[in-house]
Design a binder for this molecule. Sequence first.
Ligand code: PRX
Length: 660
Amino acid sequence: MTDNDGEADLEARLVEQERFEPPAGFVEQANVADESIYEEFEENWPHAWTRAADMLDWDSEYSQVLDDSEGPFYEWFADGTLNASYNCVDRHVENGDKNRAAIQWEGEYGETRTYTYQDLYREVNEFAAALRDLGVEEDDVVTLYMPMVPELPIAMLACARIGAPHSVVFAGFSADALATRMNAADSRYLITCDGYYRRGDPLDHLQKANDGLGGVDHGVDATVVVDRLGEDGFGHDLKGNQHDWDALLAEHTGARVDPVERSAEDMLFLMYTSGTTGQPKGVKHTTGGYLAYTTWTSHAVLDLEPEDTYWCSADIGWITGHSYIVYGPLSLGTTTVMYEGTPDFPERDRLWELVEKYAVDVFYTAPTAIRAFMKWGSEFPERHDLSSLRLLGTVGEPINPRAWKWYYKHIGDEACPIVDTWWQTETGGMMVTTLPGINTMKPGSAGPPLPGIDARVVDASGEEVDAGRAGYLTVDRPWPGMLRTLYQNDERFVNEYWQEYSDPDADEWVYFPEDGAKIDEDGYITILGRVDDVINVSGHRLGTMEIESAIVGVEGVAEAAVVGGDHEVTGEAVYAYVILEDGYEGTDEMQDAIIEGVNEAIGPIAKPEKVIFTPELPKTRSGKIMRRLLEEIANGEELGDTTTLRNPEIVEDIQVKVSD
Ligand code: PRX
């Protein structure tokens, strides 16, 4: 199906409509439907944030909401104590909900597992006891390199229970990426998996994990391996300090571990994300502020109720999965769905089959997925009864109005509001989005900042721009879910996020998320994309420097420049411009070697869509690569100013190669 068919499929009425009101049926039951909430946060800031904190069970109450005495090192609810695992598990068992499904897991082949809150309680306790016996102590960082198996959230909650921060590394990342993250976090424990299924084939994950372990500089005390593949496994023997998950649980049957009382500001987890340099950033999230924030936004934006079956189709290896598959929904006592496989296996209706099967109430996905569904055609959702859906969400990249409307019509049947939620690994939770029971929706625009969030669009000097003008997104006041620092690197934290628009002498701190944006007359913010050297492929954030250093590591490559070019489905795609050393040629083999190099250093998600061999890169007179120009070339756009180039003649040559 082509794009035009997609358009024809949407009635003209929808194509032209620019505003959509929340459906009355939704508003009637919405968790948050009174617009005075915006004012309440404004008037009672920061005290209004107790609303979020009060959704949690605290071991000891906090006496101060926000400590801003050492900005930008803010502290929230700092003298309160609590445990995230207790809040996500025990309290629901104690409140009489022990038999409600906590995790509804579906394997690629339709194998299912349901964990009630009682089941979750049992396994989290047993695994927490096992971790302790392996020597894990409070504040030890435990690395989790696991695909979408239930043992992943169980391990996260077990770590939280004993106060050991987890660092989840996306299973699609390479062995090298695992080693880099374990080294950076000085992590001596690894929980992993023998493998998993992808489009019908078992994948050997343990080999990658073992290779990664080989690159860890310090000693690794223990590895735990989940047996996912059974007889389909690759026959690796577990070595000296490697333990089988099931055997460990069996040894700890019935064990109970008291949840450790953690200070609100104690680290709950680390999450490595890409930035401008080659070295990933270890974003630190805390127990109190993060959990309060994800719980509150799951309630207010995702409208979750304990009775709901909720499905976020992200991978737990990214922040979306942490906040909105695991912590937010489980803290609220909701049933969260986890799916191991891809949307098009065995058929392109797989997700809709699951929505029908589990009668999913709320569904949260990425624009990339929606663009793919749209391309595949509406006959796939039409095969299923999707009437259980009440609310739809998107995250991770800008959604174009056409995809928004397709989602609204073909998945939501024009009866579900859509929340287009802007946020980041660093923000912990949603920041800019409509509240589904209150605000008018405008396709393509995320919406106003959430209550209590002071997001603005400013120009280079920090002045707010007029409606309709493009500028930079900033956040002027702190919020509970914000990152507290970059792991063991306060200086980089300040430099990365608090440089551009802050006035340290006046103790005025402004957070800069590195996104471009514009704002309209109603205060709705449209996100225009990253303004740093980060690209967004299928909602996955990749650093161009990381990819470039992978390419330069390939034998025969002299220099590389990577940019994001527009892509119909994935939003952006990796375009790699490569200069070879003398004696090497831009052959197919060379291209394969480059792709394999990226695969090894990062993983298949970072694979270049196009490799362009060139004798030179366009550089300014001061020797800087002109990336803007390379982006324009990748997109086949008209070129901007090239007069500052020292080698303008190369541009045409590259243009020809890209269009080949
Ligand atoms: O550029 C923005 C884009 O994703 C970036 C954050 O990526 P990451 O930390 O991996 O977190 C993704 C999931 C929260 C942002 O800087 N982004 C995220 N949500 C949106 C978005 N761009 C446009 N619209 C969104 N709703």
